[in-house]
Design a protein around this ligand. Structure first.
Ligand code: AMP
Length: 479
């Protein structure tokens, strides 16, 4: 299969060539002919599969004929960074087409966006909130729209954008082509698809399975040991470009400052920053000014930075899907990458779910920390949760293993569906969701006092694999 097979306009082929695309990716091969035919699409594809071009190229083809300088296609995306990236793709692929696009999101003045509407655009790439603002204030009309793309629909649902999406669809003509892309297919997305897609073709590529080029490493550590561990890890491991994920904006900001003080070219990316600062951080990370980006989940989706050698889950995410998205930032375009997860006792059941999705165990790793001691719980111990008697017994017997707490929740033996339900439940009971705060920028739930963690003595690896785990993990760090 080659791009010639799609019979695109020569001006579009020129864009494909300029981007250096030789052969279409699987999602492009599957989706493009259907989109060209005018079919609605339900696209299930993980990030990094080339799905942006899968909808941008046939969109450009469609827009080559018909009226100009009227909004004819709308692409809705969850984050400003993703919207910018899609717009950049449109600019590159459509450079010779004369078609115009505008990117629309909040956090910046409206003036530039209004100016672009006035001068006439065919494609609008937008985050839902600001687009709705323009529509409600009648600064923009979408009654000439022929094509709607909802990208990363499941993330938009997670971020609470579904009501806004349903409302902005009402501003468009009923008869239009709809493309819905989502990395996962929770019930809410299935229901949205049922509502808006007409006789859709489903295209699915590697649904929600992390790239095979990523190795998954687990380091057991309790919360208070994480910063020390991170510093030690960064010292002992050759990390070229590293993306660190924290649960909160506050932690992302502080951790970036700590790393800067320790001599790293680190920068934060979190939702409290102004759009200019976010852009500066993202551009600086892309261009190599910073080699460590400390981010909340805002950076987990869709962001395309080549050559990220390491993704570190400083805090585990809320769901297995979010894990897939985070680690999807490394191992892109067939490069190898390493995803390292810091997990405390309370994260054990989550790790089991991830392993179930990966269909393999994570590689446990031990890291020497600054004080000469190894990272917390590296040998499967959780001293914070040991009774003094247990501690004494362990010292006396030299026994480092810990028996699982029979009362602790476990997903052992659970089906994936059951494990997945646990994650979903955990998420919906999150205080932040109840307060309406977007999940990606959530504050952590307060630690529940007196709650005992799940045991850390659970063995993640068969003995044979645990031996030599260090060397195998280390050897995969090169990208
Ligand atoms: P996406 O999944 O849309 O974020 O794309 C991931 C990366 O793959 C981007 O850097 C694209 O420019 C690149 N890409 C998309 N299609 C192709 C292709 N056919 N050949 C090579 N690279 C591609």
């Amino acid at each position: 299969m080659s791009f010639e097979n799609f019979n695109f306009d020569e001006k579009i082929n020129a864009g494909v060539k300029a981007c250096g695309y030789d052969v279409p990716t699987p999602i492009q091969t599957e989706a493009i002919p259907e989109v060209v035919k005018g079919r609605d699409i339900m696209g299930l594809a993980q990030t990094g599969t080339g799905k942006t071009a899968a909808f941008v190229l046939p969109m450009l083809q469609k827009l080559m004929t018909g009226p100009r300088r009227k909004p004819r296609a709308v692409i809705v995306a969850p984050t400003r960074e993703l919207a910018e990236q899609i717009n950049e793709n449109i600019r590159e692929l459509g450079r010779q087409t004369g078609l115009r696009s505008v990117v629309v999101y909040g956090g910046v003045g409206k003036g530039g966006q209004l100016q672009k509407f006035r001068s006439g655009v065919e494609i609008i790439v937008a985050c839902p909130g600001r687009l709705l603002d323009h529509l409600d204030s009648r600064a923009l009309r979408l009654d000439t729209v022929e094509m709607l793309v909802l990208d990363e629909a499941d993330m938009m649902f997670d971020m609470g954008f579904m009501p806004a999406i349903k409302r902005l669809i009402k501003y468009m003509p009923k008869s239009r082509q709809n493309l819905l892309f989502s990395a996962t297919m929770p019930a809410a997305i299935r229901s949205l698809a049922d509502q808006i897609l007409v006789d859709p073709v489903t295209v699915q590529v590697n649904h929600s399975k992390p790239a095979d080029t990523v190795s998954h490493v687990l380091i057991r550590v309790e919360q208070k040991g994480k910063t020390t561990l991170l510093k030690s890890l960064m010292k002992e491991t050759k990390m070229e470009t590293t993306l660190v994920f924290t649960r909160t904006k506050y932690k992302a900001k502080n951790l970036a400052v700590t790393l800067q003080k320790n001599g790293y070219q680190a920068v934060a990316l979190q939702g409290n920053m102004s759009q200019n600062k976010r852009k500066e951080a993202m551009d600086g990370f892309r261009q190599g000014k910073y080699n460590v980006l400390v981010a909340t989940d805002i950076a987990a989706r869709g962001i395309d930075v080549s050559g990220i050698s390491h993704v570190i889950n400083f805090d585990v995410p809320d769901t297995v899907e979010a894990y897939t998205h985070r680690i999807g930032r490394t191992g892109r375009a067939q490069c190898s990458g390493e995803a390292i997860t810091f997990a405390g006792g309370e994260d054990i059941s989550f790790i089991k779910q991830v392993e179930s999705r990966l269909n393999s165990k994570m590689v446990s790793r031990v890291v020497k920390t600054a004080g000469g001691s190894t990272s917390a719980n590296q040998s499967g111990q959780n001293k914070e949760n040991s009774s003094p008697r247990q501690e004494r017994e362990r010292k006396n017997t030299g026994n480092n293993s810990r028996r699982p707490n029979p009362k602790a929740p476990s997903t052992r033996g659970k089906s994936f569906a059951a494990a997945h339900t646990d994650a979903t439940e955990r998420k919906t009971t999150n205080n932040n969701e109840r307060s309406g705060r977007p999940a990606s920028e959530a504050r952590p739930n307060k630690p529940r006092r007196g709650r005992r963690s799940a045991p850390l003595g659970v063995d993640f690896l068969p003995k044979a694999r645990r031996r030599g785990q260090n060397s195998s993990a280390q050897s995969r760090t090169e990208s």
